[in-house]
Design a protein around this ligand. Structure first.
Ligand code: HEC
Length: 208
């Protein structure tokens, strides 16, 4: 398991203003760590809830109507189910470097982490999660990514021609003309659930 919890040096990478950096130095301590670990737990719980919701829906419709029916449900409900897990101060999405839905394209930060995770994955150094945090004044921001790996069942809609029914291919080419999320094999790195948590530091820390 590789966890990357970084403080001040990340500030430089992200080019935040030096003021924020100075404040983070001042408040760095065990209570900041508590706030970070709370945010981390929140991110983990949201990633798990989203994965379960999507998988539950997918399995049910694959069982009931096969991939031809499930693909339409997935197309109609994936974004909705994702948004349902958002809360105030918590943003989450699924991202990939090879997207089906352009709405799932990674931002610059996610892109860099996906590339890193994919490389680690290829080298068999599997990562369960990646997280980093930084402070901007009194606001803590935590970014969290949990990898998504392709399983056998996914190939019905993300595999190659051999695994995908004609009706699925027709649906995909009609609804996702820019689809890049095919040609995967079981065990491939697919992308990540990405969570951003933003929360104010507890008041006792703010007065320091
Ligand atoms: C029945 C067809 C179907 C199956 C099976 C399926 N998917 Fe998808 N997948 C889709 C559709 C449709 C989308 C686009 C949904 C959206 O709007 O985000 C998608 C999107 C995704 C995305 C978001 C990134 C992107 O490409 O837009 C990920 C990640 C993903 N699928 C992973 C998986 C994994 C892992 C499995 C197996 C557990 C799986 N999928 C099985 C149809 C399917």
């Amino acid at each position: 398991m590789v966890k990357q919890v970084a403080g001040a040096w990340m500030m430089m990478v992200w080019c935040l203003v030096p003021v924020a950096w100075a404040q983070s130095e001042r408040v760095a301590g065990s209570t900041t760590e508590q706030a970070v670990s709370q945010a981390l737990e929140k991110a983990r719980a949201a990633a798990t809830a989203l994965t379960q919701a999507l998988l539950g829906e997918l399995l049910q419709h694959m069982r009931e109507g096969g991939p031809g029916a499930a693909v339409a449900v997935c197309a109609a409900k994936a974004q909705e189910l994702t948004k349902a897990q958002q809360q105030e101060g918590l943003l989450l999405r699924r991202v990939s470097t090879r997207t089906r839905n352009p709405q799932n394209r990674p931002d610059e930060y996610e892109q860099a982490k996906l590339a890193l995770m994919e490389q680690q994955y290829r080298e068999h150094k599997r990562t369960d999660e990646v997280s980093e945090w930084y402070l901007e004044g009194k606001m803590l921001t935590l970014r969290y990514l949990r990898p998504i790996v392709v399983g056998e069942m996914c190939l019905a809609c993300h595999g190659d021609g051999e695994h995908m029914k004609q009706e699925v291919r027709d649906f995909l080419s009609q609804h996702y003309p820019e689809d890049q999320a095919v040609g995967y094999q079981a065990g491939d790195f697919r992308g990540a659930v990405s969570v951003t948590v933003k929360q104010a530091l507890p008041p006792d820390l703010q007065n320091q």
